[in-house]
Design a protein around this ligand. Structure first.
Ligand SMILES: [Zn+2]
Length: 370
């Protein structure tokens, strides 16, 4: 897209401007506004527009048709308050090429949203589906088989032991036994050797709280075993990393041997991501609703990473927008729009949502179908 980021912003803000003026009768003049397809980003100066507080906007937009949710209010680098408003306007069509979800849990999603698979097909979302036991895997594999038979968008089954699983099992009074662990690893090898999985994932490290930290030795063991399987069958890996970036750097050398390393819901800093790339890790950074929820590091990373390193995900149902009970595939257009808006603000490459979506689709194919 030609023109400076600023001009791009101005060109795309008409819808938001109309929305805004209708609501406030030009009582206030927003500093910058954007409105495209499904996302409005309102920046406004509280100081200049006395009487217009974020709470007023929240209240007013909540009743607008198609209102879907909003991000946190935040102070926008000296330009006043800002927040993102999400709309699914009736009759609005998202100019879909192919939406891709690098990480989700269809069985857990179906438990809270039974029509989820129908919705995935309607939206045309190609998704990499995580499973951490054979029962969950069977659920995903059946969805994948049915989708293939019906010519629907593909679902790509993946398999691994989630790093939180040992702690969750211990908490339920059923600690991970050596036998169970080995059985699961045998299943992983069986699935990988039979070509039934698109990636080994999600596995990794979670050292978020004391209960998780107690299982660190087991997490180490599981990590090493999964990585070994991924290398043996030349499969990409999907990693869950929470408060454990030091572990990733410790494993960076072996990770460089991996075909592709997807960091699901990237929670590191931009510098850490760049450092992994410089060390030769074929890293992909996946972003979900965290970018819309104003997680600063995720937003900065999403704005600045090279476009060929980006992926989108829902982590459905586990990463809901504010006011929602679960994340779902319909969130993807919002995530892409927000990513494009962040890149627009930062002045980096690929600031157009449609172009960005195409790039992300190509990245997804390179990782999971390459
Ligand atoms: Zn997950």
């Amino acid at each position: 897209m030609e023109g400076s980021p600023r001009r791009v912003v101005m060109r795309t803000c008409l819808g938001a401007y109309q929305l805004y003026t209708r609501l406030y009768n030009e009582r206030a003049k927003p500093a910058v506004m954007r409105y495209r397809y499904a996302v409005a980003v309102l920046h406004y100066s509280y100081r200049e527009n006395s009487g217009l507080h974020p709470a007023h906007i929240r209240k007013a937009v909540k009743n607008r048709p198609g209102y879907y949710g909003r991000s946190h209010d935040h102070y926008n680098r000296g330009r006043g308050f800002a927040h993102h408003l999400f709309f699914n306007r009736e009759g609005d069509s998202w100019p879909v090429t192919v939406l891709t979800d690098a990480h989700c849990h269809p069985e857990d999603l179906a438990a809270v949203f039974p029509q989820a698979e129908q919705e995935r097909r309607r939206l045309g979302v190609t998704a990499a589906a995580s499973a951490c036991d054979m029962e969950e895997f069977a659920h995903n594999e059946e969805l994948a088989r049915n989708a293939a038979a019906d010519g629907a968008s593909p679902l790509l089954p993946c398999f691994a032991i989630h790093p939180q699983l040992p702690a969750v099992k211990a908490e339920n009074g059923k600690p991970f036994t050596e036998v169970e662990l080995n059985d699961t690893l045998v299943s992983l090898h069986d699935l990988a050797s039979a070509g039934r999985i698109a990636a080994v994932g999600e596995f990794g490290f979670d050292l978020y709280n004391a209960a998780f930290r107690e299982t660190e030795a087991l997490q180490d063991k599981i990590f090493a075993a999964h990585l070994e399987a991924a290398l043996r069958y030349n499969l990409p890996v999907t990693l869950h990393v929470r408060r454990a970036m030091h572990k990733i750097f410790a494993a960076a050398k072996i990770l460089t041997k991996c075909r592709a390393v997807v960091f699901h819901s990237w929670s590191g800093t931009y510098d850490e991501g760049q450092s992994l790339l410089r060390r030769g890790v074929n890293a992909y950074f996946s972003f979900g609703n965290t970018v819309a929820l104003n997680h600063k590091q995720a937003q900065k990373s999403c704005a600045l990473f090279p476009p060929e390193r980006l992926l989108t995900e829902t982590d459905a149902p586990f990463q809901p927008l504010r006011g929602k009970n679960f994340s779902q595939w319909a969130d993807l257009p919002l995530i892409i729009e927000t990513a494009a808006a962040l890149r627009c603000e930062a002045g980096t490459a690929l600031t157009d949502a449609k172009e960005l979506e195409k790039r992300i689709e190509a990245n997804f194919c390179a990782v999971f179908k390459g």
